[in-house]
Design a protein around this ligand. Structure first.
Ligand code: FHN
Length: 687
């Protein structure tokens, strides 16, 4: 039988196929060097534009008379899917001009744009082969993301996508919304949805040129697992190896604080939302995303706009902590930005035109805290350039930079290197003589060049469990430099070389304003720090009348972004419950509780109470607010302390849930009790 040899074409095709097939790479094993190279442009950029745009711009926040909706309107207004889909017929942004959008971002000093390719509602702003629920099924019939990515490429702006894992439209996504009786989940297959999502992500990373960041969101529902997260991270990286992916691809994010928990979760940077971390986090990449008003998607009634001054100072604050700032615009249904957004972008751009050197390619401040503003820094050939962002211009025209031991090389106002400012050493500080009037009403940058790497000493840290005490309190005072001597005063005056030395404790028996400062070789070596400790009397136990186990709950329903005044609302139902739990809820979102009763305090002392909740909560003892954990957020714990006498005290906890995960835990801690959930056995009511 004739030996059949494959044609050369067949062999070549086979070779190509073999050559194209490569084992997927597990990028979680990426080296630090490789990640640093990939993240470099993003770390240098510091400032980007977030854009939330979609069908929700059509109702613009309003539905049946309610006007506080945003991009969540399909859920917050419980709009049945067929009714929501009708917005497609009205989506015709005839004034959309991608080049204008990109120019506004670029002129504002933004280096990248992250736009919602698909938000939770499932509508796609791009021409997707995988669905008809996209812009091509609207009267507009143009691929919005194609036009935007082309404009970005022309202007040297990085194009990035926000893509929601949670999808309220695709029949295979699970879970359904609690209120969605019109969409049974029978037959839904989450893995089939994930295959659909991956197919769209392939379109988004293959059809629109190089994409800078994939900004995932909607990862918090119980169906989205760590395994799915790691798989999706690697899937996208294998599509475009140099892409950057946020930590919402996986489920390791710690609520709205946004950082990634320990445990090998995927994601290249943390995503604090609507908040800025209190301090920098060396070695951690993070980006704060924030709205200009109170909504991500356009709401025509929302006029609670942040001022340009506030936004510029937030940019400096974030950059001084080593983070990026992703500032949001919610375009209108006609394709234009709200005027208020345009104006703020323009004013930010005017500031950036003069000061962007103090933002781009900078690293975090070497100082712990500066009373008058912030600091960013860059390395120079001979040392370090410090950019001093002065929010509060010194009335005496002397800018005091504390705790710095470097020799100054020069100082000048940003943009005026030819006009040197006088720099003098005064103990641990460098004093810079500046003009009487601030350079900029929002944020004036003074440049200080110093020799070598920053040699900064932080003020001491005054520590104690509480700031209140009954009989006495013994705060500790520590310094980051063990060679320093710590001296203190008890009236908040700046400690001097004559002040007493702190050895291992100081006992306070009266209300005291404790100040501390570091000294080196008998000379001041840092700024000072001052903390108030207050002597208090325990609140006497209350008269309760006859008690029985359990507390009273009142259950409410409504759409809130923060805790309402439940006393002004009518409860859907009330009753007795054994503890602070949500078991009596009727709906899965848009509800709230008020719990009231008495707690039995076993002995006199300082008692700490904490709530850990998603969304907001507050705790009161005898009518006094002790734990304030209000707001829209993931699980977050906040607490406070109060002095109580042994016996019964009133306790009240209020809680609200808007949407997504919901949970409430209430803890206490006190003499003989380490932090634990408040047990049923100490809760009573007299009704
Ligand atoms: O639910 C979304 C919300 O609509 C918005 O997209 C923000 C922006 O990061 N992320 C989620 C809320 O945390």
């Amino acid at each position: 039988m004739k030996k059949m040899y494959p044609s050369i074409l067949a062999v070549a095709l086979f070779a190509v196929l073999i050559g194209c097939h490569h084992e997927p790479v597990n990028y979680l094993n990426e080296t630090k060097e490789a990640k640093d190279a990939r993240m470099a442009w993003w770390r240098d950029a510091r400032f980007g534009m977030f854009i939330h745009w979609g069908l929700y711009a059509v109702p613009a926040g309003e539905w049946k008379g309610e006007t506080n909706h945003g991009e969540w309107i399909r859920t917050t207004a419980e709009i049945p899917i067929d009714e929501y889909d009708k917005f497609r017929e009205q989506f015709n942004p005839v004034n959309y001009d991608a080049k204008k959008w990109v120019k506004m971002a670029k002129d504002a000093g933004m280096k990248y744009i992250v736009i919602t390719s698909k938000h939770h509602d499932g509508f796609c702003l791009f021409d997707s082969r995988e669905t008809n629920f996209d812009v091509m099924s609207t009267p507009f019939k143009r691929d919005i993301l194609k036009e935007l990515s082309d404009a970005c490429r022309q202007e040297g702006i990085k194009m990035c996508w926000y893509h929601s894992i949670m999808d309220w439209h695709h029949p295979d996504y699970l879970p359904r919304r609690g209120w969605e009786t019109d969409r049974p989940a029978e037959g839904a297959d989450l893995n089939r949805y994930i295959a659909h999502m991956k197919a769209q992500l392939k379109e988004l990373t293959q059809n629109y040129g190089n994409i800078g960041v994939l900004w995932f969101d909607g990862e918090w529902e119980e169906t989205w697992t760590h395994d799915y997260g790691v798989d999706l991270y690697n899937y996208v990286r294998n599509l475009q190896p140099d892409i950057i992916i946020n930590n919402r691809v996986d489920n390791g994010r710690s609520g709205m604080a946004g950082m990634t928990r320990e445990g090998g979760y995927a994601g290249d940077f943390g995503t604090p939302e609507q908040e800025i971390p209190a301090t920098g986090m060396p070695g951690t990449d993070w980006e704060t995303c924030m709205t200009m008003n109170d909504h991500w998607g356009y709401n025509k009634y929302d006029d609670n706009w942040k001022s340009t001054k506030d936004l510029i100072q937030k940019l400096a604050d974030i950059t001084s902590k080593g983070g990026n700032f992703l500032l949001n615009v919610g375009p209108k249904a006609d394709g234009t930005f709200p005027e208020e957004s345009i104006n703020r972008l323009k004013e930010i751009g005017e500031w950036m035109d003069k000061n962007s050197e103090a933002i781009y390619e900078t690293s975090a401040s070497p100082f712990a805290k500066l009373d008058w503003g912030r600091c960013t820094q860059k390395q120079t050939d001979t040392g370090t350039r410090l950019y001093l962002h002065v929010f509060d211009w010194p009335a005496d025209a002397v800018l005091k930079v504390p705790g710095i031991f470097n020799e100054p090389e020069s100082a000048y106002l940003m943009g005026e290197p030819g006009k040197p400012l006088l720099v003098q050493r005064n103990e641990d500080a460098l004093w810079i003589t500046v003009p009487a009037a601030a350079l900029d009403s929002f944020n004036s940058v003074v440049v200080l060049n110093i020799k070598g790497q920053p040699d900064i000493s932080f003020p001491p840290v005054i520590q104690s469990d509480y700031r209140i005490f009954i009989d006495f309190i013994e705060p500790s005072i520590t310094s980051s430099n063990s060679n320093f001597e710590i001296r203190f005063t008890t009236d908040c005056r700046m400690p001097s070389v004559e002040s007493p030395v702190f050895t291992n404790k100081v006992t306070l028996t009266e209300t005291t304003r404790l100040a501390a400062r570091c000294f080196r070789n008998g000379k001041p070596a840092s700024d000072s720090v001052c903390t108030l400790f207050t002597k208090v009397k325990p609140i006497p136990a209350v008269q309760t009348g006859e008690l029985r186990p359990g507390i009273i709950y009142s259950y409410y329903e409504g759409d809130w972004d923060s805790l309402p005044d439940f006393s002004m609302l009518t409860a859907v139902k009330t009753g007795m419950t054994s503890n602070f739990n949500l078991s009596e809820k009727i709906k899965g979102d848009h509800y709230g509780f008020s719990f009231e009763g008495f707690i039995q305090i076993p002995e006199d002392g300082i008692w700490e109470f904490m709530t850990d909740s998603d969304d907001g909560s507050r705790l009161y003892i005898d009518g006094q607010l002790v734990a304030d954990n209000d707001g829209l957020h993931g699980m977050e714990q906040k607490g406070g302390a109060i002095a109580l006498s042994k016996g019964f005290h009133k306790i009240k906890v209020i809680f609200f849930e808007k949407g997504g995960q919901d949970e409430l835990k209430v803890y206490w801690k006190g003499p003989g009790i380490s932090e634990e959930l408040i047990a049923e056995k100490v809760l009573y009511s007299n009704k």
